[in-house]
Design a protein around this ligand. Structure first.
Ligand SMILES: *[C@@H]1O[C@H](CO)[C@@H](O)[C@H](O)[C@H]1NC(C)=O
Ligand SMILES: *[C@@H]1O[C@H](CO)[C@@H](O)[C@H](O)[C@H]1NC(C)=O
Length: 158
């Protein structure tokens, strides 16, 4: 196998208990299925500090379980260091994007490419609706959306 440089990605949403831990777990599985786990550092984080230390929302856990994916993630807030460490910071909606761009202006050495994960969507659905306010079908919708975006992102980034 050709030697590949290692890459890193941080998935970011408001609270790090619904969308971003789902996306992190989905991307981990894709990378494992492709046998490229060694090339990737993967994590997720929150813009806000309100859920720090919490496990994902039970609806996020059950959505992942339905797809035979598990996660042991505990919510954490994005730090200044993250901007210097990660190659990519991929977020859910316009509000996350604004927050991350604002914070990136306050750090000296921002390396991260800050983007909407939806910008990789082959079906061109740029924004992702926060499933927190929805039901199980909203979580499933978000799962499908982040699966196809993560596939496209992985293909493009590796
Ligand atoms: C990953 O590795 C497994 C076990 O070695 C192999 O069966 C599978 O085909 C590989 N998958 C890819 C996408 O290379
Ligand atoms: C979820 O909510 C939508 C409306 O937002 C509704 O149409 C749908 O039937 C609900 N699904 C479930 C499984 O409750």
């Amino acid at each position: 196998m050709a030697e590949q440089s290692s890459k890193s990605v941080l998935f970011v949403c408001l609270g790090n208990i619904c969308w971003s831990p789902i996306t992190e777990a989905v991307f981990r599985k894709l990378v494992a299925d492709q046998n490229v786990s060694d090339n990737w550092a993967i994590d997720s984080g929150a813009v806000s500090d309100r859920n720090v230390g919490h496990a994902p929302d039970p609806r996020a856990m059950s959505c992942l379980r339905n797809h035979d994916i598990s996660t042991a993630h505990k919510a954490r807030q994005v730090t200044k260091e993250d901007f210097a460490i990660f190659d990519y910071m991929l977020c859910m909606d316009g509000s996350n994007l604004r927050d991350l761009n604002r914070k990136s202006n306050q750090v000296k050495n921002c390396k991260a490419k800050i983007e909407l994960l939806g910008s990789y969507d082959p079906q061109k659905q740029l924004m992702i609706e926060d499933p927190y306010y929805g039901n199980d079908s909203n979580f499933e919708l978000v799962y499908q959306q982040c699966l196809r975006c993560c596939k496209a992102f992985l293909e493009k980034a590796q």
